[in-house]
Design a protein. Structure first.
Length: 430
């Protein structure tokens, strides 16, 4: 008899997680068993639109055949070598991904938080060895309400109390400024020769899909350049076509191809680019840090690593996932349908007391609930959306993020708009 039961009910599955798993998440009560494209099915066979996409990891849609095919093929051939040896896959992936995003080199890791840690280490080392900051004095500027992951160093510069409390002592060397505030960035850099870099999300996803002013990213990069500090973009959530361009730093360009992007006037090139989530289409943990030689070459053998980083499966899966983004023109689809989604919901919201606004870019959007952060209204609304066949989750108490897989069609999107409108219209505060 197998230890894994195939016919568990939702209740049984939730009880198991509750009893044997650490309580570090508060999931919406739905137990998923299968996924395909924009849809997922629970263990009872009920079908849902997935409007979270595993926090934007599943941009290419659930179980994309090309990505799963790459995974299965490679899994039957060679899964892991560690970096003690070369592999026939890694160099090819590194060339592909570096050219795809327009950087000299890539440093492969597994999770988003690891990639952020890697970027911080890279930035500090560059600061000591290239900029000449005295050892241990380097400071990195970050933004209020940032989300960059859950490791000890990363939570050290969070201002989410749940993420921080009783996890100290914290890693020093970070300065917080308000998001979307170029003057604050300039002031923080003025008369401080120890600034190594500025780490920022081009749109703050977890904070509630805060889209900065159109020129914030370009101006922030210019301030960094003037002060010889590295501009570090965390595109773990916003990258890989989610916001209607290959990267959120691509601005207006939706070509989905780095070579064309770099020629676009709206493209703001980071010194260090951090990617994760959808770089694997949700099929495997893959993350990456990209930079040019002048920065990346400060890391020498033995100074950073990961047993699984850049393993053969990750390499093959990421190539397939990135090819799908281009071949299926997901950036352009996200841009077009994102505009449609916000237009439809904006019209509707004028008639609603429950929702105050909709914001976002591409298919990274959020609605703002007309209630306090502490209220349960957003959660209750997500429960009703679930009942009506659409899965989403509040980011903060009164904000619901809507981020479907980018393979969604116009008909499917309009279907979802109807579900959302109907759910809001029928909703009674409990
Ligand atoms: C999800 C996320 C991370 C962390 O990624 P993990 O894979 O969960 O460690 C970092 N930065 C941003 C912007 C994210 O959205």
């Amino acid at each position: 008899m197998s230890v894994v039961e195939n016919n568990l009910s939702s209740v049984q599955a939730m009880e198991l997680e509750n009893k044997y798993g650490a309580h570090n998440y508060h999931p919406l009560p739905v137990v998923l068993d299968r996924g395909e494209g924009v849809f997922v099915w629970d263990v009872e066979g009920k079908k849902y639109y997935d409007f979270l996409s595993a926090y934007s990891a599943v941009n290419q849609g659930h179980c994309h055949p090309r990505i799963v095919g790459a995974l299965v093929d490679q899994a039957q051939k060679l899964t892991l070598t560690s970096r003690a040896f070369y592999s026939s896959r890694l160099g090819q992936y590194e060339k592909f991904a570096s050219e795809y995003f327009g950087f000299d080199k890539i440093l492969p890791m597994n999770t988003g938080a690891e990639a952020v840690e890697t970027a911080i280490k890279l930035c500090r080392k560059w600061a000591y060895e290239k900029k000449g900051i005295p050892e241990n004095d380097a400071q990195i500027i970050v933004c209020d309400n940032n989300f960059h992951g859950r490791t000890t160093t990363v939570i050290s510069f969070s201002n989410d109390e749940d993420a921080r409390k009783n996890f100290g002592p914290y890693t020093p060397g970070f300065i917080k400024i308000p998001y979307n505030d170029v003057e604050a960035l300039e002031a923080a850099m003025a008369n401080n020769n120890n600034i190594a870099g500025f780490l920022v999300e081009p749109i703050q996803g977890e904070a509630g899909v805060y889209v900065p002013s159109a020129d914030f990213i370009a101006k922030a990069q210019a301030v960094c350049k003037k002060n010889n500090a590295l501009f570090i973009a965390d595109e773990v959530q916003t990258g890989i076509a989610r916001t209607g361009s290959l990267l959120a730093v691509c601005g207006d360009c939706s070509c989905g191809s780095s070579c064309e992007n770099t020629a676009q006037s709206s493209y703001v090139r980071p010194d260090i680019l951090i990617l994760g989530k959808a770089i694997s289409g949700g099929a495997y943990p893959v993350s990456a840090v990209l930079a040019d030689d002048a920065i990346m070459n400060v890391i020498k053998p033995g100074q950073h690593g990961s047993t699984f980083g850049g393993n053969p499966i990750a390499a093959e899966v990421a190539i397939a996932a990135l090819e799908v983004v281009k071949d299926e023109a997901l950036a352009a689809n996200a841009r077009r349908l994102g505009n449609l989604f916000r237009a439809e919901l904006s019209k509707f919201i004028e008639t609603s007391d429950l929702v105050n606004g909709v914001r976002g870019r591409g298919l990274l959007n959020a609605i703002l609930i007309n209630d306090t952060e502490e209220s349960s209204t957003a959660w209750d609304l997500c429960m009703k959306l679930r009942d009506n066949g659409l899965l989403a989750k509040p980011t903060h108490g009164n904000i619901i993020r809507f981020a479907p897989p980018l393979v969604i069609t116009e008909d499917q999107l309009l279907d979802c708009v109807e579900i959302i409108k109907r759910t809001i219209t029928e909703f009674k505060k409990g």
